[in-house]
Design a binder for this molecule. Structure first.
Ligand SMILES: Nc1nc2c(c(=O)[nH]1)N[C@@H](CN(C=O)c1ccc(C(=O)N[C@@H](CCC(=O)O)C(=O)O)cc1)CN2
Length: 288
C-alpha cells in the first residue's frame, strides 16, 4: 500500500480530445522526467478524460514552481485541471471515532510504521474509550460528548479542531454520528468514512444485523467520501468476506472487522496518492 517516496504525482482530467495522453507524456519527457507509472481512462459516455502519472526527475535540480507554471500553460490548451504532488508528502489528518477501536488501531499501526504517509494531528471522539490508544501513539485526543441538545455545539468544536490543526483529510473510523449539511460542505472531497456493509446495501445503523436477517453469503465494507446523503457518498473502495448460515450477527461483526480495516486503509492510500477522481457523483480510481 505504500509507494516509492522518490516519485512525483501528476493527476489531471479534461474534456475528451485527441492528444491528451501526449500532452502529459511529451511534457514529462521534455522536462527529463522518467515515468514510473501511467494510468489513463476516457469515459466515452460523458466525454471526460483522466490521467495519472508517477515520475522521477532525471536531472539534478527540479524546480516545482516553474514545472507547475510550464505545465499549466500546456494544460490550458486542453482545458485540463491538474494537481502536482511532491514525493514523501505527509497529509495533515484528523481522525473521528466513537467506541469501535479496530479501524483506529489499524490506522495507527500503518501510521506508526510509515505505511500510510499521514501526519495525524488529532483524534476526536464522542466517547472517552479510545483515549489510551491515541495517547500511546503520542496523539492529542479530544473527548467531545454529544447529546441531542449539544450536537451542533459539538460539531462546531470538531470544526474548530480541524481548522486549528489545518487538517487536509478527515477520516471517520467508525464515527457513529451523522454530520450536518454545513459540515459535509466544508469537508467535501476530503472526508472518508468506512461503512460496514457493501453499499448501497444496508445503509444506516447496524448493517450486519440487517444482513443477517437477509441471509447474505457475503458481508463487506465500503469506504466512501462523506456527503449529505447518508452513506451515499462517492465510493472509493469496497471489500468482501464470505459468510454462511452458521454465522450469527455477532459473528458477522467479528468477521467484518478485518475487511473494514483493509478497505479503509486502501481508500486512504488511494486518496493520498491522488488515485481517485470525482466524476458525475461517482469516482474513477486508478488502484494498485
Ligand atoms: N452526513 C453524513 N454523516 C455521516 C455519514 C455520511 O455518509 N454522511 N456516514 C456515517 C457513518 N455511519 C455509517 O457508516 C452512520 C453513523 C451514524 C448513524 C446514526 O444513525 N447515528 C445516530 C446516532 C447513533 C448513536 O448515537 O449511536 C445519529 O447521528 O443521530 C448512521 C450511519 C458518519 N456520518
Amino acid at each position: 500500500m505504500s509507494r516509492m517516496s522518490d516519485t512525483w504525482i501528476l493527476a489531471a482530467q479534461c474534456p475528451s480530445r485527441l492528444g491528451t495522453v501526449d500532452v502529459v507524456t511529451r511534457f514529462l519527457k521534455e522536462q527529463q522526467c522518467y515515468i514510473t507509472e501511467l494510468n489513463s481512462f476516457d469515459d466515452r459516455h460523458g466525454g471526460r478524460f483522466f490521467i495519472r502519472a508517477e515520475f522521477r526527475p532525471e536531472r539534478d535540480v527540479f524546480h516545482e514552481e516553474s514545472f507547475h507554471a510550464d505545465f499549466a500553460a500546456r494544460a490550458s490548451e486542453f482545458d485540463m485541471q491538474f494537481e502536482l504532488t511532491p514525493p514523501g508528502k505527509r497529509t495533515g489528518t484528523v481522525i473521528l471515532v466513537s467506541k469501535a477501536d479496530h479501524c483506529l488501531n489499524d490506522l495507527l499501526y500503518r501510521y506508526r510504521t510509515g505505511q500510510l504517509p499521514l501526519d495525524i494531528r488529532a483524534v476526536i471522539s464522542n466517547h472517552p474509550d479510545l483515549e489510551p490508544l491515541a495517547t500511546w501513539h503520542g496523539l492529542p485526543y479530544h473527548y467531545l460528548p454529544i447529546s441531542p441538545e449539544t450536537k451542533l455545539e459539538q460539531e462546531a468544536q470538531v470544526r474548530k479542531i480541524i481548522a486549528d490543526t489545518d487538517a487536509e483529510l478527515v477520516v471517520l473510523a467508525r464515527y457513529m454520528q451523522v454530520l450536518s449539511p454545513d459540515m459535509c460542505e466544508l469537508l467535501a472531497g476530503r472526508a472518508i468514512n468506512i461503512h460496514h456493509s457493501l453499499l448501497p446495501g444496508f445503509k444506516g445503523a447496524k448493517p450486519y444485523h440487517q444482513a443477517y436477517e437477509k441471509g447474505v453469503k457475503l458481508v463487506g465494507a465500503t469506504a466512501h467520501y462523506i456527503n449529505n446523503d447518508l452513506d451515499e457518498g462517492p465510493i472509493i473502495a469496497q471489500g468482501v468476506e464470505p459468510v454462511d448460515h452458521t454465522h450469527y450477527p455477532e459473528d458477522l461483526v467479528a468477521k467484518g472487522r478485518d475487511i473494514e480495516c483493509l478497505t479503509l486503509a486502501r481508500a486512504i492510500s488511494y486518496h493520498l496518492e491522488r488515485r481517485v477522481f470525482f466524476y458525475s457523483g461517482r469516482t474513477v480510481v486508478f488502484g494498485n
